[in-house]
Design a protein around this ligand. Sequence first.
Ligand SMILES: [Fe+2]
Length: 239
Amino acid sequence: MQFNPQEISALAQAEAAAPRMDMYAFIHKALRAFMTDTLTGLGRMDADDDLELSQTGARVLQLLDFCRSHLHHENAFVHPAMERHAPGSAATVAREHEGHEQAIAALAAGAVQLMHCPRERRARVAHALYQQLALFVAHNFEHMHQEETGHNAVLWAHYSDAELAALEGALVASIPPDEMMVTLRWMLPYMTPAERAMMLGEMRRNAPPQAFEAALGVVRPQLSPAEWGKLARALGLAQ
Ligand SMILES: [Fe+2]
């Protein structure tokens, strides 16, 4: 995919258009944050520090697990909804997902290799893994953009916002609690303050109190004092 300057001019049109339900927006913010943080963390790792090596390797594996689950959710919920009304519309991205599964397996093997690597070879193995993870991240950034534009166009043409919200609700309900905590860890800090307050406000209304408290506990250490202050004011929490 080439960078297309004309898409920048689409920004102006976005202002005029009525916003539609975008089920990719928040989870893709989470993925972009998780990917870049993990990649840059690998790039600055001290390969001579055993603890840092094992923590960084575990983080890479956690990211890869998250990416695998994410593409399974899209395959299971989003693609069938598209194919039902527009046969073939999810085929290109579905094929890319097959490639992602292979890339994830190869990167996971590389991370395990790094974690068990003799000390004298660690730095070279770490750099090779860093380069391959960078390519995976680069490809995923383009892939996510395709989903946010092409896939959303198909979804918006065939479904109402209420139907899309129901589809997203079914997808979210299928996510196990431990994966949900990882999702919130990478989603909530990297949203705008308004989006963060909206999501947590909905959680407070609809989820058990312990889930809301757990989400606050996950997000607070990741926010600046100013960001926490905005959230606390929006939710009427003690600061
Ligand atoms: Fe995808």
